[in-house]
Write a protein that binds this ligand. Structure first.
Ligand code: FAD
Length: 378
């Protein structure tokens, strides 16, 4: 058993880290979080380097990275901001869906534009009455001639409002709970689609939205794969999605802790650095142990996936644990930075908001624990 990255993996980690520091930077991320404006320039830099195609097969112009390389990507970006990572990563899963399940025409229509940064994707599963029980979704898609007619209400669809975005919308095409869900591509400017931004405390630069569909119409050919297979298609990349989220939480935790260490070393009270007080020192030592443990869970799950093995329990364990660790790191950071933690320029309040969402987004921590328990035969 070798816990080190290979030379190639280490080089990828270092390249991304240097890129994030030199080409993106903390100030840029902070500004976009505060202004709630999508980081277009940075997104384009990812596109220009071909990195948006990380999960797209080589035959379709992508990089077809394995799960470890992908986890490194997510961890390093999120070291600088978990929300910024979401802004970059959200489109990638729909692109993968199209690459694996779409028709030749869909691949030609969407993938080159996605890889060049012109077309973005949003994924819309959640509804007001279908959150954790996502398959209870009720938005209807009915065929009328050669068009789908869509009616319903979606909520928390991140990035749906951005120019040039196509929504990967999960809609009900028959009554069967799981087998009646289909994936339909809906351009965000299609007639009958009304998108309203929500003022959430996270996903500020990406933005999250509510969608109202009133007799919205898209061509019949906009369905991905077969009708009724939408739930199965989402399931194809669930492990990768949870792995990516867990990796971003580790990145977030690492920086929250590093910033806390740095601050407590520099800040003096009662004539000595805060870091010399044992209570703070021990707290940071505990968090350091946990960040390392979470990282091991992430790369152990990633290694399994890279070997082509199932890792359903592993990715849920990594996600639930890394979310808790990220939360504890930023929670302690908020305390250690005292009043200064409340100021955006110290970034800690952002890490704290981002880490709290980690317990909810992409399947809540309670749901992850239920998945782990089921895998344990409970
Ligand atoms: C900022 C943001 C961005 C998002 N982006 C997207 C997106 O792009 N696309 C998308 O489709 N969705 C998105 N979501 C939705 C997200 O996936 C849901 O919020 C999440 O799945 C939880 O659903 P809910 O909010 O309806 O909570 P609920 O399902 O109502 O859950 C509320 C609480 O009850 C608990 N609970 C529910 N069922 C059980 C159970 N069986 N056992 C134990 N506890 C349970 C939950 O764990 C949670 O703590 C986003 C959400 C937010 C806040």
């Amino acid at each position: 058993m070798d816990f080190r990255f290979t030379d190639e993996q280490q080089m990828w980690f270092d390249t991304l880290n240097t890129f994030m520091e030199k080409e993106v930077g903390r100030e840029y991320i902070r500004e976009h979080d505060a202004s709630r404006i999508f980081p277009n320039e940075a997104y384009q830099k990812f596109a220009d380097r071909g990195w948006l195609g990380l999960l797209v097969p080589e035959a379709e112009g992508g990089l077809e990275a394995d799960a470890v390389m992908y986890a490194i990507f997510c961890e390093v970006i999120a070291k600088h901001s978990l929300d910024f990572a979401a802004a970059i990563m959200t489109s990638m899963f729909t692109a993968t869906n199209i690459a694996h399940n779409g028709t030749r025409e869909q691949k030609d229509a969407y993938l080159p534009g996605f890889l060049s940064g012109e077309i973005k994707f949003a994924i819309s599963i959640s509804e007001p009455d279908a959150g954790s029980d996502a398959a209870a979704l009720a938005t209807k898609a009915v065929l009328d001639g050669d068009e789908w007619v869509l009616n319903g209400n979606k909520v928390f669809c991140s990035g749906a409002h951005l120019p040039g975005t196509v929504i990967n919308l999960m809609a009900r095409t028959s009554a069967d709970k799981h087998g009646g869900i289909s994936m339909i591509l809906v351009p965000n400017d299609a007639p009958g689609v009304d998108i309203r931004k929500l003022d959430t405390i996270v996903r500020r630069s990406l933005g999250t939205t509510e969608i109202f569909l009133t007799d919205a119409r898209v061509p019949q050919t906009n369905i991905i794969g077969e009708a009724g297979k939408g739930w199965a298609y989402v399931g194809q990349h669930l492990e990768w999605e949870r792995l990516s989220l867990a990796s971003t939480y580790v990145g977030n935790a690492r920086t929250a802790l590093d910033d806390t260490v740095e601050y407590t070393k520099a800040r003096e009270q009662f004539g000595r650095p805060l870091s010399s007080f044992q209570v703070l020192k021990h707290r940071m030592a505990e968090r350091e142990t946990e960040v390392n443990a979470a990282r091991l869970l992430v790369y152990s799950a990633a290694t399994k996936l890279a070997r082509g093995e199932k890792a359903l329990k592993d990715v849920s364990m990594a996600k639930v644990y890394a979310a808790d660790v990220a939360y504890r790191c930023s929670f302690d950071g908020m305390q250690a930075l005292g009043g200064y933690a409340q100021l955006p320029e110290y970034d800690m309040e952002r890490y704290f908001r981002e880490a709290k969402h980690a317990m909810v987004g992409g399947g809540t921590s309670e749901i992850q624990r239920s998945i782990i328990a089921k895998q344990m035969g409970l």
